[in-house]
Write a protein that binds this ligand. Sequence first.
Ligand SMILES: [Zn+2]
Ligand SMILES: [Zn+2]
Length: 127
Amino acid sequence: MTDLANLGTRRQPMPRPATLDEYLRIRPQMIDTTGAPLVLTSCESCKRQHFTVEPCAAEAPCPRCGSAAGRCRRPSGHAAASWHAERAAAFEELCNTREAAGLPQVARWPEPTQPPAAPTLFEWDQP
Ligand SMILES: [Zn+2]
Ligand SMILES: [Zn+2]
C-alpha cells in the first residue's frame, strides 16, 4: 500500500455529493491536488467521460472479472452497474501511486475516507 501520509492535503471545496444529480451539479467546481480546475475528456480508450488527471479505466483492469473496459462484467457477460470492490480499490491505489510520484490527481473530498473502501466516482453510472 502507498503511504497515505505522503499525499497532498488539498480537498474539494464542497462536501462529498450524496447523489449523481448533486455530483453533476458540483462537478464544474471540482479541483485537482494542485488546486487547478478538473477537465473532463471523452476518452477513446475506455469510452467514458473522465477527468484528464484520472488514470484511464483501461489502466485498471478488474482483478475479479478481468474487464479493462469502462464497465465491469457480470458473470452473464452483461455490463455491471458499478465496479467490483477489488477494482475500485486497485484504481484508488493507482491514483495514490501517481500522486506520490508527483502527478496531480482528483483532490479528495473533505470528509475522511477509509481506504481501501474509499468510494470512487465510478460507483455511479455516467449519463
Ligand atoms: Zn479512459
Ligand atoms: Zn469487475
